[in-house]
Design a binder for this molecule. Structure first.
Ligand code: GLN
Length: 483
């Protein structure tokens, strides 16, 4: 249960070796997993191999001997990658995603694959085919989704850092619900090669951690151009650690009236009230701004993301890889039965919606129109960032809710992402920081900044964490009786 800097110190002072540090996390996993189910698999044999391979590497590598958990929609060579779907239940990728490759090259140890909503579709982690992850702060509540496992494992201290993916909020929402930090980088900053595609124009990989410094260290490794991803940006990557600790005095913070108050629960607003006092202490100025087209963000997102999903998920047909239904008598029924049995109901709902939105006669009315409104949303953010440096909002309109509470009402579930979705549509970066607790349940605040200004965003978040720091606050292990 340490920061990366603290783990580094342990190695420098020779207080423990990599095996011992990794084992201390595996111990935590053993303690917590019966309660929270954050992991889908722990590759014990592969971990041994990774530790062995590290022996020949330099201890000065930035992530030397750092255990990291990876969302199970990011490919890991020789380690099962299921997307929490039955259709990929036994899929073992033949190669590593670029982010995984970079982490390993920099000394990290992949300690496990984390649970998610099937194919990253959901906001609660309940859509996993392998059972939900639970919130370590209250195991009757959801950890948020879709990267619920990656968030919960950092929250419980099972891993110091992890990776998730964020298409409409899947890093920031669970970060908020579990009291940790989660960053969604600018679209194109981090390679998507080896991330199982959900909605390709929105998907981004990003880190979870407990301190802004840990987030910056991890981002530094995973960001940067990748020739294997044609949407990856060719820009040079700044040093994300340089700005940490520098003053943000007189920075302008925009408060969009569309994202505060309306539709936000009393509990969340009450908990975030003190943020304005914190902003004052940070020496920044607060300006109310307006982003009127955000009203359309949710419908636009659910047209674009389902359309892209319907196309991306066409590849799971029982022929190339993954599950195949062998009881079928001919090819067409093999397709039907494989997809019918392999996908869960939320995934099917998205495929049906997306196929409809893209079908002849409806394409112009739905998909094309949605892409135009998306453009307007992006322009509105661009205009806003001419006036302010940072935009702040709650990360979620509600507290972590109970398991089962929203699962039967997709619209209620979709509304959980109302604060995070506009960011993906625009393509800008955003971070969720733990801002306070309400009845021992975490509440997050979201900071957004302009395209490719993660350096500024992290500088701001770091300054904020000097005043509001929950990096050492951990949930306590539930009593055995409560299970
Ligand atoms: N909850 C949103 C959805 O279900 C976002 C998911 C995500 O970011 N992967 O689509």
């Amino acid at each position: 249960m340490r920061t990366l800097r603290e783990i580094k110190k342990i190695y420098e002072n020779k207080e423990a070796n990599v095996k011992e540090v990794v084992e201390s996390y595996l111990e935590k996993i053993k303690e917590w997993e019966p309660y929270i189910n954050a992991f889908l698999h722990i590759p014990y044999e592969d971990i041994e191999k990774q530790i062995k391979e590290l022996e020949s590497k330099s201890p000065n590598l930035p992530l030397y001997g750092i255990p990291i958990a990876i969302k199970d929609n990011i490919l890991t060579k020789n380690i099962k990658t299921t997307c929490a779907s039955k259709i990929l239940e036994n899929f073992i990728p033949p190669y590593d995603a670029t982010v995984v490759k970079r982490l390993k090259e920099n000394g990290a140890i992949i300690i496990g694959k984390t649970n998610l909503d099937e194919f990253a579709m959901g906001s609660s982690c309940e859509n996993s085919a392998f059972g939900p992850t639970k919130n370590p702060w209250d195991i009757e509540r959801v950890p948020g989704g879709s990267s619920g496992g990656s968030a919960a494992c950092v929250s419980a201290g099972e891993a110091p850092i992890s990776l998730g993916s964020d298409t409409g909020g899947s890093i920031r929402l669970p970060a908020s619900f579990t009291g940790v930090i989660g960053l969604k980088p600018t679209y194109g900053l981090v390679s998507r090669f080896g991330l199982v595609a959900f909605a390709s124009s929105l998907d981004q990989i990003g880190p979870f951690g407990r301190t802004v410094e840990d987030i910056a260290i991890t981002l530094q490794i995973i960001a940067g151009h990748d020739p294997m991803d044609s949407t990856s940006s060719p820009y040079e990557i700044p040093n994300y650690l340089e700005g940490l600790g520098k003053s943000v005095k007189n920075w302008r913070v925009g408060i969009p009236k569309e994202l505060w108050y309306k539709g936000v629960s009393e509990e969340v607003l009450k908990t975030l009230e003190n943020s304005f006092g914190v902003f004052k202490e940070m020496g920044v100025t607060i300006e109310e701004i307006s982003l009127p087209s955000l009203e359309y963000a949710l419908p636009v997102y659910y047209i674009i993301s389902t359309s892209e999903a319907s196309s991306n998920l066409a590849r799971y047909d029982g022929v190339k890889y993954g599950y195949r239904d062998f009881t079928a008598e001919d090819l067409i029924s093999m397709y039907k039965q494989t997809r019918g049995k392999g996908f869960g109901s939320e995934v099917k709902r998205r495929i049906i919606l997306g196929t409809y939105a893209l079908s002849a006669g409806y394409y112009d009315a739905y998909y094309l129109k949605a892409t135009k409104v998306r453009r307007l949303i992006r322009i509105e953010f661009e205009e806003a960032f001419k006036k302010v440096d940072i935009i702040a909002s709650p990360t979620s309109p509600v507290l972590p809710f109970k398991l089962g509470e929203r699962i039967s009402d997709p619209l209620q579930m979709y509304l959980t992402d109302i604060m995070t979705i506009p960011v993906n549509l625009a393509g800008i970066p955003a971070i969720s920081m733990p801002a306070g607790f309400y009845n021992n349940l975490p509440v997050g605040i979201q900071f957004m900044s302009s395209f490719f200004t993660e350096d500024k965003l992290l500088q701001f978040a770091y300054a904020y964490q000097q005043f509001v720091d929950f990096s050492k606050k951990y949930p306590t292990l539930p009593n055995k009786e409560r299970v």
